[in-house]
Design a protein around this ligand. Structure first.
Ligand SMILES: Cc1ncc(COP(=O)(O)O)c(C=O)c1O
Length: 389
């Protein structure tokens, strides 16, 4: 995939719209991305406005924008605004779905060993408390899509009620064939919960096309809204039967509102003030162009790093679903040592990740990064590796 013809000069302009990343080169955007400057400013302005007359300015003025924010998000992900709840992050959205779906002892839930740790922990808590049966589907993150589909299909039994899916795994950036898996589940009346924390705003996603029951994401990752913003999408037909995590203060105006953040009690409305500018910024570039650029950056650094003896990539490269997240290791050199030396000596921040038998360093550039940054990163990596050979 090309970067839609945009050269480095175009991306230099994009970089100028972001806060300077210092003192470290930030190659861990999969954890949380910096907001563009317009988003940061919108939040600061809103915070100052709140200080002038807190409750009126929060709940009468700033919150008046929430319906239009939902409309904008709905147009970005192709769902109805009446299916969107705003919250603090993916963890909250996922736990709303996980604890809100009515299940009884013996009902089975399929997940995988690669799902986000707090997602697994939440389902295992329900298993302990209520006697549901949590089953881990076995596959490797480098398996083919077809093999993964077969693994899920084989795991389904007449007791399977829920399929928990991670659309892009944060460990390696691997993307699941989520649409086919949701189709498989729907055909058997199984509810699907899709963890879209990493995929939203990185790759194009359509909620309608995916046809899942719950889709969850954080807006502070690839969209670049302020830290502390999440989105939960619940299919119309699932809203009434799903319990909210916290009981609403008032009967909610819309059915979906029972999942909104205002049921938490007092919250900081300034945090949502950056969502609309973040969407605007994202749309001006466009999701397809962003995806193409992230893919281009990943291919770029991987091509450079391949010259380092022992370099091993744990992310499938030969796919259009490749984005800005990839995991690598170097045979014979401890990944944690590389992480520490890259950071301590070269001021480059990549993230050590370890799960089950898989471990390595996750690299996740965002669109404010340039190929020149990646040249610096790989040169530093080569020096670190050479010191340990
Ligand atoms: C796949 C996945 N799910 C869930 C989460 C949790 O996101 P948050 O910390 O924003 O709640 C993350 C965060 O990295 C993630 O990568």
């Amino acid at each position: 995939m090309s970067s839609y013809g945009a050269g480095e000069e175009y991306w230099e302009g994009v970089r100028a719209a972001y806060p300077k990343q210092q003192p470290l080169m930030n190659l861990n955007n999969a954890a949380v991305s910096p907001p563009p400057l317009v988003v940061e400013q919108a939040m600061i302005d809103a915070y100052r406005l709140i200080s002038q007359n807190p409750d009126v300015n929060m709940w009468s003025k700033l919150d008046a924008a929430l319906p239009s924010i939902k409309e904008e998000l709905a147009s970005l992900i192709d769902c109805s605004p009446d299916e969107i709840a705003l919250n603090r992050n993916s963890t909250e959205g996922l736990c709303t779905a996980i604890f809100g779906i009515p299940l009884t002892a013996g009902d089975q839930v399929l997940l995988s060993i690669w799902d986000y740790p707090s997602v697994r922990a939440a389902w295992l808590q329900r298993q302990e408390r209520e006697g549901i049966d949590v089953v881990s589907v076995q596959f490797d993150l480098m398996d083919s899509d077809d093999d993964i589909l077969v693994a899920y299909a084989k795991a389904i039994t007449p007791r399977t009620r829920v399929m928990q899916l991670t659309q892009m795994f944060h460990w390696t950036g691997r993307v699941l064939p989520a649409k086919q898996l949701c189709h498989l589940a729907r055909a058997q009346g199984i509810i699907t919960v899709v963890d879209g924390a990493q995929i939203f705003a990185q790759l194009p996603v359509s909620f309608r096309d995916l046809d899942c029951d719950f889709f969850v994401t954080s807006l502070h990752k690839w969209l670049g809204a302020a830290v502390g913003n999440g989105m939960l999408i619940v299919k119309q037909s699932r809203i009434d039967s799903t319990w909210p995590l916290l009981a609403p203060f008032d009967p909610p105006p819309l059915r979906i509102d029972k999942f909104d953040h205002w049921n938490l009690g007092t919250y900081n409305s300034a945090i949502q003030a950056g969502i609309a500018p973040a969407i605007q910024f994202h749309k001006e570039i466009g999701t397809r162009k962003i995806h193409a650029r992230l893919q281009e950056l990943t291919r770029y650094w991987v091509d450079l790093a391949r010259r380092i003896p022992g370099f091993r990539l744990h992310t499938p490269l030969d796919t259009d679903n490749l984005g800005g997240v990839a995991l690598f290791s170097i045979d014979g050199v401890d990944s944690k040592t590389i992480e520490q030396e890259l950071r301590g000596t070269h001021r480059v921040h990549v993230k050590y990740r370890q799960v089950r038998y898989l471990h390595g360093l996750r690299v996740s550039p965002h669109i404010y990064m340039l190929k020149g940054d990646l040249d610096i990163f790989v040169a530093a990596l080569e020096q670190v590796v050479n010191r340990h050979r």
